[in-house]
Design a protein around this ligand. Structure first.
Ligand SMILES: [Zn+2]
Length: 134
């Protein structure tokens, strides 16, 4: 185990860890359930003390971009499996499927967009890390 290794950017982002130390959690709840609390962000990182609430107000714009991206990403698996053609209704079925997936993924998308925003706003190690974390 090499604990001195810098945690990777993507692992931290996917794991929704603090952008500064990549150890503390960004959200109070690990899972998106209960949904009512899925966007509750820890006021401060439990590990390095980074203030997260004040720096995380710009999620909606990123959320919109991710939503549109996911709509198109669904093409990647839907097209080969079900096929798309303008001759029948398959395009409408695709839109229906894709939109449902995006709606179902919305709690997760809203979380990850806040994470992405934090990662843009705060660089790794840009704030002082705790002394025991070298
Ligand atoms: Zn932290």
């Amino acid at each position: 185990m090499s604990s001195s290794k810098k945690p990777s950017f993507f692992a931290g982002m996917i794991g929704m860890k603090c952008p500064n130390c990549r150890k503390g959690r960004i959200f109070e709840n690990k899972s998106i359930f209960p949904l009512g609390k899925c966007l509750r962000i820890s006021e401060q990182c439990s590990h390095c003390g980074l203030k997260m609430v004040s720096e995380s107000n710009n999620g909606p714009g990123i959320n919109y971009a991710l939503t549109v991206m996911l709509l198109f990403l669904n093409l990647v698996w839907y097209w080969p499996i079900f096929g798309l053609s303008y001759k029948d209704n398959s395009f409408y079925y695709f839109l229906l499927t894709s939109v449902s997936i995006v709606i179902l993924a919305q709690p997760w998308l809203m979380r990850i967009s806040r994470v992405v925003y934090l990662y843009i706003a705060v660089r790794y190690g840009s704030r002082p890390l705790p002394a025991n974390d070298k």
